[in-house]
Design a protein around this ligand. Sequence first.
Ligand SMILES: Cc1cc2nc3c(=O)[nH]c(=O)nc-3n(C[C@H](O)[C@H](O)[C@H](O)COP(=O)(O)O)c2cc1C
Length: 154
Amino acid sequence: MPILKIFVGTVYGGALDVAEQVKPLFEQAGYDVSIYDQPTLEDLLGSPTDLALFCTSTTGSGDYPGSLVPFTRALGEQSPSLAEVRYGLIALGDSSYGDTFCGAGRALDALLEDLGARRLGERLEIDAMETFMADDEALPWAEAWIAEENLQVA
Ligand SMILES: Cc1cc2nc3c(=O)[nH]c(=O)nc-3n(C[C@H](O)[C@H](O)[C@H](O)COP(=O)(O)O)c2cc1C
């Protein structure tokens, strides 16, 4: 069974909740799914990863949540080749923060791309000003992502 790893960056648990809500959709699509809420680079590269999904909120002024910092710092310091990595990205943010809206998700996306990873489809940005329950946007996005990128394996 192919392996899908969901890497979460969260402060208050919203992004983790999104990861837990979308997990069954990927299981139904034929994946063995694991959620990493304190991810390390070893989690991504130390064992096979057929597909990755990053799910992160933004804190501070466009900053990564603390739980994601070891992962992003290791990426920056080690600059591993991510040429084998295919991923999707869900960013949670709040447009009332202006220019730093979804700053962590956008920065992570750029970092992954710089290291050679290939994003499948468009990044989802969920705005807390518009969407009270992030799942309301994440679930249809995940369904469409699976269909449009032909990710179904079972
Ligand atoms: C102290 C603080 C700083 C924040 N800074 C930003 C920001 O710079 N940009 C943004 O888009 N959202 C920002 N947010 C909004 C959160 O990213 C948003 O509420 C998100 O849904 C929280 O998800 P979480 O529960 O997974 O942490 C901030 C929220 C807090 C409480």
